[in-house]
Design a protein. Sequence first.
Length: 298
Amino acid sequence: MQNLEKFIFRKETLFILFLITSLLIQLNEKKFNRLEKELNDLKKEKEDENLSNLLLKEDKDIKKNQNKITELKGIEAIINPMNKFVDNEKIQENGLGALINIVLNEENQNKITELKGIETIINAINKFPNNKEIQKKGIGTLRNIALNEVLNEKFNRLEKELNDLKKEKEDENLSNLLLKEDKNIKKNQNKITELKGIEAIINPMNKFDNQNKITELKGIETIINPMNNFPNHKEIQANGLRALANIASSNNEENQNKITELKGIETIINAMNNFPNHKEIQANGLRALWNIASNENG
């Protein structure tokens, strides 16, 4: 009788352990799926940002030309005359028009930063506050410079979560003991292993602290001021909101507080109210408000 009770108890214990393990594996699998979806969404967001650039056309020849300009030290050829002829409105406008496309390439972003191009861009915006084209192109360029760092930060955070999950999975000795008990569990384990393919999505990129650089150079003021000066200019508002959303999402409380201090929240809300039917303005306005209101470190 005692042997029978022990046998029943052992079977019940194994069954409970089996259920717990199954639940843990399913939870891990759901977390992996969620992280994989976030990574795919980030890839899509990056593609959408590139496509939505004001002047960039989806044309291989144009991209080839941009690379050619870079190879021939074209970035220096753009920035140098902008610095030399700071009072020439046309040179500043044309220079910003060239930079807004070239800056989409991360290597070019680093080169522009190295050549103190952020200072050049901000100087042009401040020098000609009433020139709509300079304001539009300047803010668009700052937006694109800030963009990659936001995505890098998200990629790194998600990559760490994935690596932690893998380590956690390796430490689950209990699940390894019961692996053969159920084919579905084994299938789930294999699926998790197959998710190594996620690593191929993550491309490590060299980071320049561009967002902090923009902030140090009073770039936030440079974004907000033209938004206030041209409240009815759709493209300035759209570019400004996207730039503010990118800067505020850097998980940098100082940037978030600076935007608030400069009454940037009022500027964001005004833009959304002025263009209630503009999807991009509404989406980036909401994203900016969300990022300003949250602080992942907190």
